[in-house]
Design a protein. Structure first.
Length: 394
């Protein structure tokens, strides 16, 4: 198997997030790459202790900076990982010796074994670079590492850079956006469920996004990470956003509702990021606004198919709150709101929504039947209540 690539499968709590694939820079940092590759694969066994990245947790997450893991001494409890005074003070490289582990830890609780020399002390000008964390001194690398989520010029020439994220950037962003405390420790365990060497036949599973390229969607999950189009061009940004939306619609036709939802939400992120102000481009402001309305409606429809009715209502509300939305789009939103309320047996609200739909689209015969069916349900409920009261007072 190719030693050039390794993978980390990430979970947050009980939820699988997806796979991060890292390309190792063997020519620039051979000793560091060997350490990382072995700890990702079989790990090492010293006396009765096994050291590996599997079940290791991310103990420090700082948004717009980096995510850090690799304390395989104190932070190896996986889903049961909890904050402690020690976590972040440990590490063990594959170069550690048995006598190091039996020696007494330092007075400040630091237990980093097998520290090895720095390599490739370069610059960190962009996100998704992988480097060793150290003890703040030269040649103090063990197993802790970090992945940048933005440029980090203040760390230039201070850390051994040994890899870059090749796939799974959305997984890194999901970890970065985890809820943390004031120290950057995740409130819910974020950990490496599985890791090892990677080859392309193994795939790149992602569970909170769809990486299906159907319809030509080759774009990253988050706009700031994409290099596939000119982000200064409203035209190109719109084309990319529309491609994502169309990709979602193709998945919807295949009844892959969850995949469609991921695509529509990704497209919405791009729309919100790139929609120009009217005074910058009236044409593309209108185009993006129309696309945004379609996405709200599509997302509400997918949630309806998934029987997540309250989420569907959230997006129909978003559409109805858009002053620019058309009568036809508003009619659709009211209709889907009615379907959600009907499914939840809130027949009075369903009836009101269907009637609002009818007011906006008087030729819609389908909603006539919905109104009649809902009114019948309400009438039956009133009749049942009347009979119950008659029995009670009879």
């Amino acid at each position: 198997m190719d030693e050039k690539f390794v993978f980390l499968d990430i979970k947050i709590g009980s939820n699988s997030i997806g796979r991060i694939v890292i390309e190792l820079l063997w020519e620039k940092a051979p000793k560091t790459c060997k350490n990382f590759q072995v700890l990702c694969s079989e790990g090492i066994k010293i006396k009765n202790q096994v050291f590996t990245y599997q079940d290791n947790c991310f103990h420090r997450i700082i948004k717009t900076f980096m995510i850090q893991a690799g304390d395989i001494v104190y932070g190896k409890d996986g889903q049961n990982c909890t904050k402690s005074a020690e976590i972040g003070k440990g590490g063990c490289s594959i170069y550690a010796k048995e006598d190091e582990l039996v020696s007494t830890e330092s007075p400040d609780g630091i237990r980093c074994y097998g520290n090895f020399a720095d390599e490739n002390l370069g610059e960190l000008p962009e996100p998704f670079m992988v480097a060793m964390a150290n003890m703040g001194t030269e040649n103090s690398n063990s197993s802790q590492f970090f992945i940048t989520t933005q440029s980090a010029p203040h760390l230039n020439e201070k850390h051994s850079i040994f890899g870059k994220v090749l796939h799974g950037k959305s997984v890194v962003r999901t970890v970065e956006r985890s809820e943390v405390d004031s120290d950057g420790f995740p409130k819910e365990p974020v950990f490496i469920e599985k890791c090892g060497q990677w080859q392309i036949s193994m795939g790149i599973p992602v569970f909170n996004a769809s990486n299906d390229p159907i319809g030509g969607d080759v774009y990253e999950e988050f706009p700031e990470d994409d290099l596939n189009f000119d982000q200064e061009s409203a035209e190109k940004a719109f084309e990319a956003s529309a491609t994502m939306k169309n990709s979602g619609s193709l998945l919807f036709k295949q009844k892959n509702f969850q995949g469609a939802l991921f695509k529509y939400k990704k497209a919405l992120r791009y729309v919100n990021e790139f929609i120009p102000e009217p005074d910058v481009s009236q044409e593309y402001n209108l185009k993006f606004t129309d696309l945004k309305a379609k996405l709200y409606l599509n997302i509400s429809l997918v949630y309806l198919q998934l029987q997540q009715f309250e989420d569907s209502l959230t997006y129909t509300t978003f559409l109805l709150e858009m002053p620019e939305s058309s009568r036809f789009d508003k009619a659709k939103a009211h209709y889907r709101s009615g379907n959600c309320h009907f499914a939840k047996k809130r027949f009075d609200k369903a009836l009101a929504a269907y009637k609002s739909c009818k007011e906006l689209n008087s030729e819609d015969e389908v909603v006539d039947k919905k109104i009649a069916d809902t009114q019948a349900r309400l009438d039956q409920a009133k009749e049942n209540t009347k009979k119950s009261l008659a029995k009670f007072f009879g």
